[in-house]
Design a protein. Structure first.
Length: 482
């Protein structure tokens, strides 16, 4: 590195660091969790077609089994997001992966549908916790120029999980084993990738931005970063401004609240549409082709994911920083909405397999090449460092509540409105997502410190804080300490 860079402040050095192996190591460590998340969340749609043959659950119970991991993810994202800002990222990283392992294995051995719901809830806690932890760690290790690409690459590991689910289902269904064994294997195999990264997550260093700007320990931040990066980021322990923000300051500051409206609101409407459709894809395809076998349905699901979803992730990774994170989100929402509207208003489209899959596939392509990646990325960029996992966790949690509603309500809406009416409603939500995106700034090419306005946010919060000694002031001080 140049002499100027070697003496720069730590955050500046991180912002300008060239792409290196430590970036890729962080991507792999964080991304394996999202492979697991996608597999665990979406495999339940196929598994339920087999569970229905064994336990014959009611429509309401089917919706609950399919969606319970999502409502648990709502809780997990909130809890782990706040814990990571209070105690540090390293202190809790890896715990959420261990919870996913326990939940997946327990789900495979469920003796009844009630126990399956309980174990899927445990699994969902771990899935929710993984969102703020992995997203923020990647954004805080990333450089300014490639941050969108790196955070998207972490999230794009979902594509492998999306592909793994139908491949596992096709393999098990084609093997001829009994439905009761097949669905248990489908759910239990979700433990493998999560188990593989627990050790690496627990040995990752603390986020250098958190150490320097929240705890004020620039010496430890500089030393651990130099070691982790193999000398690629090597700086002196220059003093960094501390920017600790209490939870009460976070939820009472107008700027962070507007940001939360944008990140949580857009993610909520997207997840309602995306998870409702994706987890219910076997149900959707059954409406389009009612005589298709479970094997054929799994094959079409694989085709949808392979031909449309995976290329969408690749396009997002390659172009996000060039197009702009906010702009790409707007484009994705608009094309998704138009695709859903086409399905809703074009007569007969929901009864012809090939045209339906093409239009439905376009919605998948622009979901990935758009808000599925950008909502995740924006929530990891736009908050001050001391409240970054809190903001991301709240956004992800609210989003997963939207996903829960989408999955739980999809069968009911499909029964009441038909597939065309259900997807027309989804179109309306996509355009709501466009409007909510407009309240957010464009972070592409800007540093985390600049785009979050963290020093200004903390300064304004401190200027309106209650006087020391008052009850409210004591509570605020306690929150800042925590």
């Amino acid at each position: 590195m140049s002499a100027r860079a070697s003496t720069a402040e730590l955050t500046e050095a991180l912002n300008e660091a060239p792409m290196s192996m430590f970036h890729l190591r962080t991507v792999l460590t964080a991304g394996m969790g999202f492979l697991t998340d996608a597999y665990d969340l979406f495999i339940i749609g196929t598994a339920m077609t087999l569970i229905a043959k064994v336990w014959h659950p009611s429509a309401a119970m089917t919706g609950l089994v399919s969606s319970t991991a999502l409502i648990a993810a709502f809780l997990g994202a909130f809890v782990f997001g706040r814990l990571a800002d209070v105690f540090g990222r390293k202190s809790v990283y890896g715990i959420e992966a261990a919870i996913m392992v326990v939940g997946a294995i327990a789900s495979a051995f469920s003796p009844s549908i009630i126990w399956l719901i309980i174990f899927r809830f445990i699994l969902g806690i771990g899935i929710g916790g993984d969102y703020p932890m992995s997203a923020v760690l990647m954004s805080e290790f990333a450089n300014r120029k490639d941050r969108g690409r790196l955070v998207t690459l972490v999230f794009s590991m979902q594509a492998l999980g999306l592909l793994a689910g139908p491949i596992v289902a096709l393999t098990l269904l084609a093997s001829g084993i009994s439905p009761d064994i097949a669905w248990r294997l489908m759910l239990g195999l979700g433990a493998l990738p999560a188990a593989g990264v627990i050790y690496f997550r627990r040995t990752m260093p603390e986020s250098p931005r958190y150490l320097a700007r929240v705890r004020g320990d620039t010496e430890a931040a500089s030393a651990s970063m130099a070691d982790y990066s193999g000398g690629a980021v090597k700086v002196s322990a220059a003093k960094e401004p501390r920017v600790r923000l209490s939870f009460m300051q976070f939820i009472s500051n107008p700027r962070t609240l507007i940001t939360l409206l944008g990140t949580a609101g857009t993610w909520f409407v997207f997840d309602y549409a995306y998870y409702g459709n994706s987890i219910s894809t076997p149900l959707v395809l059954k409406d389009v082709a009612p005589h298709a076998t479970p094997l054929q349905s799994a094959a079409w699901t694989l085709i949808l994911f392979a031909l449309f979803a995976v290329p969408g992730y690749v396009l997002s990774f390659m172009n996000m920083d060039r197009i702009g994170h906010r702009r790409l989100q707007i484009i994705g929402f608009m094309v998704m909405g138009l695709a859903f509207l086409s399905i809703g208003v074009i007569p007969g489209l929901t009864h012809v397999v090939l045209p339906f899959i093409l239009v439905y596939g376009v919605s998948y392509l622009f979901a990935e090449f758009g808000p599925n990646c950008t909502t995740f990325c924006l929530s990891a960029e736009l908050y001050p460092v001391s409240a970054r996992t809190t903001g991301h966790g709240m956004s992800a949690g609210i989003a997963k509540f939207g996903a829960f509603l989408g999955v739980f309500l999809f069968p009911l809406l499909n029964h009441a409105l038909g597939l065309s009416g259900t997807l027309t409603l989804t179109c309306v939500l996509a355009f709501v997502g466009v409007l909510l995106t407009l309240v957010l700034p464009e972070p592409a090419g800007r540093s985390l410190e600049e785009v979050s306005g963290e020093e200004e946010v903390v300064r304004r919060s401190d200027s309106v804080a209650p006087p020391r000694g008052s009850a409210a002031g004591a509570a605020g001080a306690a929150g800042a300490a925590g």
